[in-house]
Write a protein of this length. Structure first.
Length: 285
């Protein structure tokens, strides 16, 4: 891709970023759509985030993306927040307006919801959810479920303080549908229909592990894992073995990235070109 005076830039602000596939997926999308845009990485943490954001405000950027550990801190430097982003208390997408204003959005939850409903065919309003993990992914996933009318959401985490905080935020900012489950308590799985893994257990150094003992898996449950590398974590393999329907996080990543492109450009994202690039990346790994 040729960079010229008219090229609009996007950068991802976070640390670490070496594991990210975002640039390849996004740039494949820009190329497929015929957009003169370029996505690249900027390693930055909370300490210097404000300096970088203020610089981007005056440069040739359509906006920028945000990941760990900056999704909450970045709110301090933005001019406006989308209502969902404000309620979630975190932003992963910032649009720079023609006037130079920075407007925060969060597409993580929307990407998850789109994948869950369109690919998983889950009826959110009539489902009871049990979520392992109350970090960034769990916050986005559970918040959008409450926003979209989920019947009940049980949330647990390795750190009880994290699940307690997320439950409080959801019940105050969205709807009183969340309930904390203490670490190691699996009793609420009995009444749950959709089981979510947003804990990171099953990927990276935790490959082969699962947050959920096999004996709690029941036929008819739906299992979703935010991880997509490996494409089937132990969590999903165990569920599949018991005859349950499963879905990994590939679609979540794809649709959140597509939603970002649509916010930055105002046009339709080339979803299938982006999906192909993601699958090529994973195959290459």
């Amino acid at each position: 891709m040729n960079v010229n005076i008219d090229t609009k830039f996007i950068t991802l602000l976070g640390d670490p970023l070496r594991q990210s596939f975002a640039a390849r997926m996004q740039n494949a999308g820009y190329e497929a759509a015929g957009l003169n845009m370029q996505y690249f990485y900027t390693v930055v943490d909370n300490e210097h985030l404000g300096d970088v954001v203020n610089g981007l405000r005056y440069m040739n950027f359509a906006g920028f993306a945000v990941t760990k550990p900056n999704k909450v801190k970045v709110l301090e430097y933005l001019d406006e927040l989308d209502p969902l982003c404000r309620k979630m208390g975190a932003s992963n997408t910032v649009v720079r307006t023609p006037e130079g204003k920075l407007v925060g959005y969060n597409t993580d939850g929307i990407g998850f919801y789109t994948s869950l409903v369109e690919e998983g065919k889950v009826d959110v309003e009539n489902s009871v959810f049990f979520c392992f993990g109350a970090g960034g992914a769990g916050r986005a996933m559970c918040s959008v479920l409450a926003y979209k009318g989920a019947k009940k959401i049980y949330i647990t985490d390795y750190f009880d303080e994290a699940s307690e905080s997320l439950v409080k935020d959801i019940n105050e900012n969205f709807a009183p549908v969340a309930e904390q489950v203490k670490k190691g308590d699996f009793s609420k799985l009995e009444e749950s229909t959709v089981i979510l893994n947003a804990s990171g257990i099953g990927m990276g150094s935790h490959i082969g592990e699962t947050p959920m003992p096999e004996e709690y898996i029941k036929e008819g449950m739906f299992f979703f894992d935010a991880c997509y590398n490996p494409d089937k974590t132990q969590f999903l393999l165990n569920a599949e073995k018991k005859g349950c329907k499963i879905l990994n996080g590939l679609g979540m990543s794809l649709y959140q990235g597509a939603a970002q492109i649509e916010l930055w450009t105002g046009g339709k994202a080339p979803v299938e070109a982006m999906r192909k690039e993601l699958l090529d990346i994973i195959a290459g790994k």
